[in-house]
Design a protein around this ligand. Sequence first.
Ligand code: COA
Ligand code: AMP
Length: 627
Amino acid sequence: MSDVYRQAWRDSIEDPECFWMDAARAIDWIEPPARAYEPKAGWFAGGTLNTCYNAVDRHVAGGRGDGTALIYDSPVTGSEQAWTYAELQDEVGRVAAMLASLGVTKGDRVVIYMPMIPQTVFAMLACARLGAIHSVVFGGFAAHELAKRIDDATPLLVMTASCGIEGSKVLPYKPLVDEALASAAHAVEGVVVYQREQLAAQLEAPRDHDWMALREATADAPVPPCATLAASDPLYILYTSGTTGTPKGVVRENGGHAVNLAWTMGAIYDIGPGDVFWAASDVGWVVGHSYIVYAPLLVGATTVLFEGKPVGTPDPGTFWRVIKRHNVSTFFTAPTAIRAIRKEDPEARYLKEIGTGNLKVMFLAGERADPQTIAWAEEHTGLPVIDHWWQTELGAPAIATCFGLGDTRRKAGSAGFPVPGYQFAILSEEGQPLPAGQSGAVAMRTPLAPCAFRSLWNNPAGYEKNFTGFPGYYETGDAGHFDEDGFLHIMGRTDDIINVAGHRLSTGQMEQLVAGVDGVAECAVIGADDALKGQIPVAFVVARAGALELDTMDKRVIARVREELGAVAALKTAFVVRQLPKTRSGKILRNVLRKIMAGEDFPVPPTIEDPTAIATIREKVASAKVA
Ligand code: COA
Ligand code: AMP
């Protein structure tokens, strides 16, 4: 059955023009593109379209207005609601009219800082309808991070809600928005606030607008038409962690995104019109953009928006309950979520009692899926559990088992095979392709597939940097190898990015924050292995001579990262040490710190300046573990 996949992959590489023009037929174009790809003009040049039209309106126009588009399931508020495509069209139309009344037009940026509620989906689609460029910021980021994104994207408006709900905690969002706007250099023209019944936010006239009041005030305004956009016009900017404190604004273009995503729904996830698809992620991440909002709607499927956690809302059976209740046929989550369920329900009692209904396959991504997690999930669900790999830069999977093409081959520890459109190479430091079995930098031949980024917002040099290390290739930043059967194994990063509970974070950025704590002379932040979250950050700090309040330094380090970067950073451990392990030339040996945290025995590196540093740090870590 993998022959269909092999043929598709070969076609996509040998004749990308024909392959992608064929895939482009799944999209309703205003002006069809003449060609799939031209190096300068990019994907589907000459083509014009509207992504909102393709995700919503055309299904209504095609007679599928009564089909369910969106199911909101929120165990944290005890509510559940569904929208047909016709109802979704109405809601999106209303929000588009609200935005238009505030002057939003094609090309304007709108920052969306909102929780997992349907209004967030309406807001994104309304921007797409108007041709405005949305930039969704994950709710777990602090005000300072939001301010950086506001200054970079220079939005006309910010859209927010009064609060998010994390398990049993109600987290106010509006004060963070106020704080971010107060510190940002850029001034927005307005803030639209959706008041949730759990918490009322304070609004300040004339800047702030109450969402529902604005909706009422514009109830008679005509629904703005779907703007005509060039294939290369940006649909959204999504910021992701780079190796510095400055986030990278990945720009997603309308044409390539729509074509590529629609293709993946059939070929990878085996989902078509009327099927129910659920990605248990957050709209603040790329998985949420692609697979909660756009891709399922582009193919006329039903998407589930889940506001809850895998455990504790109310119990580790919540995923299985949602899958069964809504007749989900393909499910996508992060390995960390399965590890959380397994930890609380190792015998899978909830799973056995509730069942998985009509689920046929489960996909995992966001971090490496460890073989034990896959084995547990496969054993207890009796279903194929497929690891697949991708990045914010790409917008869609690039390594996977193309289940929808009939391929079911998988190997625990591997993310699968190159997805059609992507040609991988494992490169040595000198840029030479390495044979199967040898580990190196994971790179992809250019041009990348249609959904992948073709620019970074305001940052052409940052974009180019991804392609200069190995000419002719995009450098993914990951390390890995092909095995003798052609499976690709992703083993980790080659830079300072870590993956905490499926969230991409930069230890370099955390180091910049830690270095600013009073009395810190120098520091290192590393990613330590964690049984639940995959990795967690751990800080090592050296105090300046004569520094005061040494006994609170660890707490101040933790607090600063939480306040500046956000709770999502999950930095809970900081060690104040006498010195860091360094080479004679002053380079911090972060690998030594990682090994100490893992409790590994290792030979003292010959380059280390003072070997006694290792023993003292080891003691500190050991005594913290005992405590
Ligand atoms: N808004 C505000 N705060 C948020 C937030 C949001 N949208 N998302 C997370 N946070 C906060 C959490 O409340 C937590 O704060 P705390 O330190 O005060 O407890 C912190 O950020 C860390 O959150 P998280 O990483 O989610 O850890 P957790 O302990 O709350 O939950 C898991 C652990 C494994 C259950 C959870 O991480 C999970 O479901 N992960 C799946 C991740 C995922 O889907 N990734 C997308 C890639 S596909
Ligand atoms: P993000 O851009 O947030 O999606 O994070 C992308 C990074 O997450 C990748 O570069 C990898 O380091 C990691 N990642 C995502 N999926 C996987 C996977 N299936 N296996 C291993 N690493 C993964």
